[in-house]
Design a protein around this ligand. Structure first.
Ligand SMILES: N=CN[C@@H](CCC(=O)O)C(=O)O
Ligand SMILES: [Zn+2]
Length: 416
């Protein structure tokens, strides 16, 4: 079945895609088509252009296509969320209250709450319960225009529960419209039973967990929370290098709470992305620019923790490719709203609307190695398309806190 969307007020996609993540000025380089149109079949884009052009060049195809009139609305690529902890058990609203009463994120975690609280609830949840809870979040992502989502394990921190999280994600990848990209994050915290014996747990990750995850093909990426009181840069490096040997690409939660050498380590191990980076040093930012590490910035997390956002503007100006993400998790960012994250990228990190769109689509796809199939509207790519009830990408970033999604096509199928 072919579909033809015509009279798109503004079709906003990425210009000259295909050359790797966009850096510096290239992040502003959009391909904007006024009175645009898009034709797709069996989930694949056949053509993108003006309504007039496509009507002329594809008249026969359009004859047999379902025709949708966008009536001047904005159309963009489906949004890509390159950093989530979407498959978790339970919820932590009490901690939200505790933080407002003065406790810090790390105080709560060091007292056995935070990630450890979700670890207990995720260990307790059956595979079916975890599946049902996660599916609801994925449905909600779709409603917010998100068509590809990275998901991390890391709320098990024992092999059995890590496998449970990753298997749930695999099942969802097979059954849900959203494309779910799996990351192993056994080193998300030090499990309570290994407090004071972190080194032993690092060995378990390297010797017992990573080989099984790789053998079963349950993850593409390997992530570590490199942070004071969690994993040192040395421990993080060991875990990431061990993953590399098994074919897992490194990612790092870096410099979120304190400046700890995480950005520098990301450059050293050749990570595809470094996440958070609220406290990244100037040297770390420079090292990331030189090594081509994508900065995956999470402005909703900074807002939720009442922290100063990462220096997105400075990173782009320093030549770092920036992607943005919800960080969807039960503690520091319980949201699925990539549109809100784009708004916040502009408001709190001074990205321009064009840069925020690039960061939430093409650069986000690059951060999870999906740039060949999603992240822009190009012939041959997946027909992952969002129609918004606004007339331009500038208006989308300007009218904040509202869900402007009108329709979503995933793999060419209308899902919203
Ligand atoms: N910072 C570490 N991990 C998650 C938070 C997880 C949680 O609080 O449950 C993050 O990326 O924000
Ligand atoms: Zn995270």
């Amino acid at each position: 079945m072919k579909t033809f969307i015509k009279h798109i007020g503004q079709l906003a996609t990425i210009a000259n895609e295909g050359t790797g993540a966009k850096k510096g000025q290239a992040m502003s380089d959009l391909n904007i088509i006024e009175d645009g149109a898009i034709l797709f079949r069996s989930g694949v884009i056949l053509a993108v252009g003006t309504t007039e052009q496509l009507k002329e060049e594809y008249a026969a195809d359009i004859q047999e296509a379902m025709v949708v009139n966008a009536h001047g609305r904005l159309v963009t690529p489906g949004l890509v969320d390159p950093h989530t902890h979407v498959a978790y058990g339970g919820s932590r609203e009490k901690e939200f209250e505790m933080r407002l009463q003065g406790k810090s994120y790390m105080d709560i975690m060091n007292a056995g709450g935070g990630i450890h609280a979700t670890m207990r609830m995720t260990r307790e949840a059956s595979e079916d319960e975890l599946f049902d809870q996660t599916i609801k979040r994925l449905d909600s992502f779709l409603k917010h225009g998100v068509t590809t989502v990275e998901g991390k394990s890391g709320y098990g921190m024992d092999l059995e529960t890590e496998l449970k999280q990753l298997r749930v994600m695999k099942k969802l990848q097979q059954s849900h419209a959203i494309d779910l990209v799996p990351t192993f994050m056994g080193a998300h915290a030090v499990p309570t039973e290994y407090k004071g014996r972190e080194g032993e747990f690092v060995d378990i990750i390297i010797q017992e967990m990573l080989p099984v995850i790789a053998e079963e093909g349950l993850a593409e990426f390997n992530d570590v929370f490199c942070e004071k009181d969690v994993y040192t840069p040395e421990q993080s490096e060991r875990i990431l290098e061990a993953g590399k040997k098994l074919g897992l690409t490194p990612k790092i939660h870096a410099d979120e709470i304190v400046s700890y050498g995480g950005a520098e380590l990301a450059a050293k191990v050749g990570a595809i992305s470094a996440e958070h980076l609220l406290k990244a040093s100037d040297e770390g930012i420079q090292a990331m620019a030189e090594a081509g590490v994508i900065a995956c910035l999470l402005p909703a997390t900074a807002l939720y923790l009442r922290e100063e956002a990462a220096q997105g503007r400075k990173m782009i100006d320093a030549g770092v490719a920036v992607a943005i993400s919800t960080d969807c998790n039960p503690g520091s960012s319980p949201t699925v709203s990539m549109p809100l994250v784009m708004n916040l990228a502009c408001i709190s990190m001074r990205l321009t609307p064009a840069e925020a769109l690039t960061a939430a689509t093409y650069n986000a796809a690059c951060a999870i190695n999906r740039q060949d199939t999603v992240g822009s509207l190009e012939k041959g790519k997946k027909a992952d398309i969002v129609m918004w009830d606004v007339k331009s990408y500038q208006e989308l970033q300007y009218l904040f806190g509202v869900n402007h999604v009108q329709s979503v096509w995933k793999n060419g199928k209308k899902v919203i």
